[in-house]
Write a protein that binds this ligand. Structure first.
Ligand code: GTR
Length: 327
C-alpha cells in the first residue's frame, strides 16, 4: 500500500489492529502453587471450559500448577507486568499490595462458614475484589479455603503452647503480627519450602487447612494438628489489568462470568476435599486436637488487637464493621 496519505494509512492500521484483538484466539496462562487435581486447579480448569463455551472455542485457560511458575509472590509480580495473564493465590499473597485483602485474614473475623459465605460471596467481598483494580489487578472471584489451624510437633491447646515456637507464615506483615501476638516467632516463607523447613527443624510449626496439610505431607514432620481455626482468608482469582485492557468488552464479560460460575463448582469439590483430607491425614498418623479442646478465648484475646493495627483508615474500619455487622 502506498502510504503517502498518512492519516488514511493510520486509520487502516488501527482498524486492522482492532479486528485482530477482536478475533484472535487466546489461551490465558494461569499459575497456582497446588497440584493439578487440587480443587483450585480443577475449578480454574472448569472456568476455562466455561469461557471456551461462551466464546465459541476462541478463549481458554491453561493452568500451570505445583509452583512451576514460581511462588505466589513471584507469579503476582508477573501478572502485574502482564507477563502472566492470571493467577489463583490465597488472598494473603496480596496483603502488601491491596490493603483490603487483609480483612478476611483478620483473626476470628467470621463467626462461622455461613457468615463467611454471606459476606465474601456477597457485597463486602465484591468491595474487596474491586479494590484490586487500583493496584493493577482485576479481582474476579473468591473461593473459600476453610479455616486455618496450627500444626506442630506437639499439640497446641492454648496460646501459652505457642510460646517460643518458630512458625512458618505466608509472607505478609499481618501474618507476622498474628504470630508475634501469640508469643511465637514468625518465619515467612513460600509454600513450596515449608516441607523441608519442617523436616530439617528450621521451623517448628505452620498453619493451614486440612487439604493443604494433606497435599504437602506436612503431617509427616508436624503430626499434631490443633483446630485453632484462627482465620479464614479465601483464595482469589486475579487477572492482569495490563492484559485485561487489551481485551474486548465481550471477552472481559465472558471471563468475569466464567470466574463467578466456577465458584459453586469449586465449593462442591472443596467440601468433599476437606472431609477426605482430614480422614487421610488421620490415616497417615496425624493426631487431631478438636476445636472443642482448644482454649479459643486465649487465642482471641491475644490476636484481636491485630485488627486495629492493620485497619488504620476509616474506609478499612468501615468495611471491617460491615463484615462484622452482616447477619
Ligand atoms: C493454602 C493456599 C495456597 C497458599 C498456601 C500457603 O491454603 O491454598 O494458595 O497460600 O495456603 O500457606 O502458602
Amino acid at each position: 500500500m502506498n502510504c503517502q496519505l498518512k492519516t488514511l494509512c493510520g486509520v487502516v492500521a488501527i482498524a486492522f489492529a482492532m479486528t485482530a484483538t477482536q478475533t484472535s484466539a487466546r489461551t490465558f496462562r494461569s499459575a497456582d502453587v497446588h497440584a493439578k487435581d487440587y480443587p483450585t486447579n480443577l475449578a480454574v480448569k472448569y472456568m476455562g471450559d466455561e469461557l471456551s463455551k461462551a466464546t465459541g472455542g476462541k478463549d481458554n485457560i491453561k493452568v500451570f500448577g505445583d509452583s512451576s511458575l514460581g511462588s505466589e509472590k513471584d507469579t503476582i509480580e508477573q501478572v502485574k507486568i502482564g507477563a502472566l495473564d492470571m493467577v489463583r493465590v490465597n488472598t494473603s499473597a496480596f496483603h502488601g499490595i491491596v490493603p483490603e485483602s487483609m480483612i478476611p485474614a483478620f483473626p476470628f473475623l467470621f463467626r462461622d462458614l455461613d457468615h463467611f459465605r454471606k459476606t465474601m460471596y456477597g457485597p463486602q467481598g465484591d468491595k474487596i475484589l474491586a479494590a484490586f483494580e487500583k493496584a493493577g489487578f482485576i479481582g474476579l472471584a473468591f473461593y473459600e479455603s476453610g479455616a486455618r489451624s496450627m500444626y506442630a510437633k506437639k499439640p497446641i491447646k492454648s496460646v501459652a503452647d505457642m510460646k517460643g515456637l518458630k512458625v512458618r507464615v505466608q509472607p505478609s506483615d499481618l501474618w507476622v503480627s498474628i504470630i508475634n501476638s501469640m508469643g511465637a516467632s514468625p518465619a515467612p516463607m513460600p509454600f513450596a519450602e515449608v516441607y523441608t523447613g519442617l523436616k530439617t527443624g528450621l521451623i517448628d510449626a505452620a498453619e493451614n487447612n486440612y487439604p493443604s496439610y494433606e497435599e504437602t505431607k506436612h503431617f509427616e514432620s508436624a503430626p499434631y494438628f490443633s483446630e485453632t481455626l484462627h482465620a479464614m482468608p479465601p483464595e482469589v482469582i486475579v487477572f492482569s489489568k495490563k492484559v485485561w485492557d487489551t481485551l474486548t468488552k465481550e471477552q472481559q464479560a465472558a471471563i468475569r462470568k466464567a470466574a463467578k460460575d466456577s465458584v459453586p463448582y469449586y465449593v462442591k469439590l472443596w467440601e468433599v476435599k476437606e472431609k477426605d483430607a482430614k480422614a487421610a491425614v488421620i490415616k497417615g498418623g496425624a493426631k487431631i486436637t478438636p476445636a472443642s479442646e482448644i482454649d479459643r478465648k486465649s487465642f482471641v484475646d491475644a490476636e484481636k488487637p491485630v485488627w486495629d493495627k492493620f485497619a488504620t483508615t476509616p474506609e478499612m474500619k468501615g468495611l471491617v464493621q460491615e463484615v462484622v455487622n452482616a447477619k
